[in-house]
Design a protein around this ligand. Structure first.
Ligand SMILES: C[S@@+](CC[C@H](N)C(=O)[O-])C[C@H]1O[C@@H](n2cnc3c(N)ncnc32)[C@H](O)[C@@H]1O
Length: 247
């Protein structure tokens, strides 16, 4: 982690970005953290603290400034995030499109368009796969390659729209994080519940939301006249889910 921060600082020293340098820097540091720990969230004040340190770094004349400021940036990351508090595997993993199709029970012949993949992964694998098959598909993630059909955004800050999508997909992404926030002391399950309801509202009537893992604590309270739920066991107590909007 420290090495990567060091390299980013060096790059900004060797090739200064000018007035927007601090914004680029903040984004780069966030992306590094997301890749190391997909559950990491930053508290208010993080951006401002980094901006201040960055400006001091750029104008500093100290010989060992890259070392010195790598340390300071690491301290800010730890102070303003829950980076080190989590247990278990937290790095981002991407799964093959074929495997995601199989697990979610998606079918190229019947999938309803347009499609949105929430937390599509950096390469947007399933989005590319669907587009290759002639399907109108888009992906969103907070880390994505630059493509016109891949949107870089945070799902808690995204407007999913209303009556818009034929299919929404989220494989090992949104609901995995929802569960984490539900269990994690100091988590924000309410914000996830609100986003979940917005995602359901973004489906067209007859549209479908496919995801895994399942969310029994919220699925059981969805109005039955509005949503139908189909679950498929993946292994032990993990399910993939299809929710259809009925009206
Ligand atoms: C385990 S990966 C799964 C990627 C893909 N769905 C797949 O199955 O290959 C989870 C993804 O969720 C993304 N993610 C995590 N938090 C996010 C957030 N707040 N907003 C948008 N994407 C997020 C991560 O960047 C990561 O790409």
């Amino acid at each position: 982690m420290n090495n990567t921060i060091h390299n980013i600082l060096k790059e900004h020293y060797d090739n200064p970005f000018g007035p927007i340098g601090w914004k680029v820097f903040v984004e780069e540091i966030k992306q590094v953290c997301y890749k190391k720990n997909q559950f990491v969230e930053f508290q208010n004040g993080f951006k401002e603290a980094l901006q201040k340190v960055y400006k001091e770094y750029i104008s500093s004349n100290e010989d060992d400034k890259i070392e010195l400021y790598s340390q300071r940036v690491s301290e800010i990351v730890l102070r303003f995030s829950d980076f080190e508090k989590q247990e278990g595997p937290v790095v981002c993993e991407e799964y093959s499109p074929e495997m995601q199709m199989e697990i979610l029970g998606l079918d190229l012949e019947t999938i309803k368009q347009p499609v949105l993949d929430i937390g599509c992964g950096e390469t947007g694998g399933i989005t590319r796969y669907l587009r290759k098959a002639g399907i109108s598909a888009f992906g969103m993630d907070r880390i994505v390659e630059k493509e016109k059909f891949l949107i870089q955004a945070d799902w808690l800050k995204t407007k999913f729209g209303k009556d818009k999508w034929g299919t929404v997909i989220s494989h090992m992404a949104f609901t995995n994080h929802f569960i984490f926030q539900h269990k994690y002391v100091g988590g924000k399950p309410e914000e996830y519940a609100q986003a979940y309801m917005e995602i359901l509202g973004s489906l067209k009537v007859g549209g479908e939301f496919y995801y895994t893992p399942d969310l029994p604590f919220i699925e059981t309270i969805l109005p039955k006249d509005k949503y139908s739920i189909t679950k498929k066991a993946i292994r032990d107590d993990i399910y993939s889910v299809r929710i259809t909007r009925l009206k």
